[in-house]
Design a protein around this ligand. Structure first.
Ligand code: ADP
Length: 511
């Protein structure tokens, strides 16, 4: 930050710490992007930007601002921003952005170019103002007006009919449902809740959720989430917990909660949906155990095959037997691929249980990438590799693990792009961070899969049949990059190639 501010010509006489403090005191979100680097990465954000978006600085720096738009890409405001950036102009738009928990923010965004002495644009400054509350009030008024109209139109329709209909849905749904009031007391429960937990409705109505049974629901984290649902209309999804319940034993449950809305109006009621995922989890554990045991069992015979192949290669070499040497090379590469896969599977399983340790050392970024390219090249003789950007950077990383990330990204780029195409590795320098991007011109990834591809065992539907793989490579990459306190993401459109980027702090940050 200080380096950046020192470079701001007109402000160079002011103490940079004062400027940083001023920016951090602002309630508006401020970001600065670097226009000279590919994809306009963010190189600075203030505290308010972190607060408004809910993202941590390490997941913001190096990214293009589009991550805030989620899947809501088709917005007029986006086009105006793109045009302003292309033409180096100022612009002001109202844009829908999303917090890291998926909640909508109406963002009044102003962007302005910064130019150097020659007039060329070097950066853009974006000032964002979260106007969701202001719009909420206007929207509420609109809803109320619509509601009056609707009431007028529907005044002949009986209310009981509607509520009966709603009740029908609530009772038919397979999940257990509870309705809580603002004090988190149970107002209603559907039949499935009573059947699943073997409890009578009359015994639970009016009781506080946390006092049910023997305190199985009394979890501080759940409490925190639930008390925030009503005041801020802050729904939550996917809260998972495991408890032993009276009458039904050990269960793994996943909870979703949201504020209830009836006829356009928010109610002081929380709808809590409870899904039993015990069986699904048991199957997952079994699958995991199987993969673990199978991979371990494969390691020993594979080491022996590798050793014997090496010996045969030596013999063929001394006899100058080119035919056998070529075949043995192919066999060795296949064994190497199998070994990488087994290590990825074992790693994924260790990472799941957090049993991986990291060893941080200083190293040159270009050397690390070149070594990774050398590993990949024999398997991709027809692809062209290029390395561009700021290659002199020194980073403090677990070298073996970071090589694993680059190798995984390169081997995916090879696997999912046509032969003879180019794969570019670009290194950018972002204040405090190093950003590495691997770009291919393959068939790309649909927007709805961009987050899911980093999940364990996830493979995009259109790749499962055409390409070999098990879907753990990117999960492993994500874990390794998070351990380095950086972030990893993809920019891609179906049919137009993919760019996988990750950032890592230049110096190891304390945890
Ligand atoms: P695998 O490649 O073994 O399936 P990964 O975890 O490495 O596992 O990748 C997960 C999924 O992400 C892939 O199945 C594929 O659908 C998608 N993917 C990853 N890299 C690319 C790429 N460069 N181009 C297109 N799709 C990709």
């Amino acid at each position: 930050m200080e380096n950046f501010l020192i470079n701001l010509g007109g402000l160079s006489n002011t103490d940079p710490r004062l400027l940083a403090a001023a920016l951090n005191a602002s309630s508006n979100g401020v970001v600065i992007t670097d226009h000279r680097q590919p994809d306009e990465p963010i190189i600075y954000c203030n505290d308010a930007f972190e607060k408004i978006t809910g993202y941590k600085r390490s997941s913001i720096i190096g990214h293009n601002c589009r991550f805030m738009q989620g899947d809501d890409r088709d917005q007029e405001a986006r086009k105006r921003i793109r045009e302003a950036i292309r033409n180096g102009e100022h612009c002001q738009v109202l844009i829908r952005n999303y917090r890291n928990n998926g909640k909508l923010i109406w963002n009044e965004l102003m962007i302005s170019p910064i130019r150097d002495e020659s007039g060329a644009v070097t950066n853009f400054i974006g000032i964002q103002n979260d106007v969701s509350n202001r719009l909420d009030a206007a929207q509420k008024l609109e809803v109320e007006r619509d509601e009056l109209d609707e009431q007028f139109r529907l005044r002949t329709k009986s209310l009981e009919e509607n509520e009966g209909y709603l009740q029908g849905i609530v009772e038919t749904i397979r999940e257990s449902l509870l309705i809580l009031d603002s004090e988190l007391k149970i107002i209603d429960a559907n039949q499935n809740f009573c059947t699943f937990f073997k409890q009578k409705k009359a015994e639970i109505i009016g009781k506080e959720l946390f006092s049910l049974n023997e305190g199985q629901w009394n979890l501080p984290e759940l409490k925190e989430l639930l008390i925030n649902v009503l005041p801020h209309n802050n729904p939550f999804e996917g809260f998972e917990f495991e408890e032993v319940f009276p009458n039904i034993g050990k269960k793994i449950l996943v909870l979703n909660a949201r504020q209830m809305r009836l006829r356009g109006r928010f109610q002081e009621r929380i709808l809590l949906a409870i899904e039993d995922i015990t069986e699904r989890k048991v199957l997952e554990y079994r699958k995991e155990d199987f993969i673990n045991i199978a991979s371990h069992e494969m390691k020993t015979p594979l080491t022996s095959i590798k050793g014997n192949l090496q010996m045969l290669q030596k013999i063929a070499n001394t006899k100058n037997d080119m035919v056998h040497m070529k075949r043995l090379e192919t066999a060795t590469r296949s064994v190497q691929r199998l070994e990488n896969l087994i290590y990825d599977l074992l790693d994924a399983s260790k990472m799941q249980s957090g049993k991986v340790s990291f060893n941080f050392e200083k190293c040159g970024v270009s050397q690390l990438i070149l070594e990774s390219v050398e590993v990949i090249k024999p398997d991709a003789p027809d692809h062209q590799f290029s390395l561009t950007g700021n290659l002199d950077q020194i980073i403090e990383v677990d070298i073996g693990r970071l090589e694993q990330v680059v190798i995984n990204l390169l081997s995916n780029a090879v696997k999912y792009s046509p032969k003879n195409s180019e794969i570019n590795v670009h290194v950018s320098s972002i204040p405090g961070f190093c950003k590495i991007s691997v770009k291919d011109i393959g068939f790309g990834i649909k927007t709805q899969d961009h987050k899911r591809i980093f999940e364990r065992f996830f493979r995009a539907e259109d790749t499962t049949e055409k390409f070999p793989g098990v879907g753990v490579g990117l999960y492993v990459c994500d874990y390794i990059i998070k351990e380095h306190q950086g972030s990893i993401w993809v920019d891609s459109e179906s049919g137009h190639g993919s760019t996988f980027s990750f950032t890592i702090p230049i110096k190891r940050l304390g945890k």
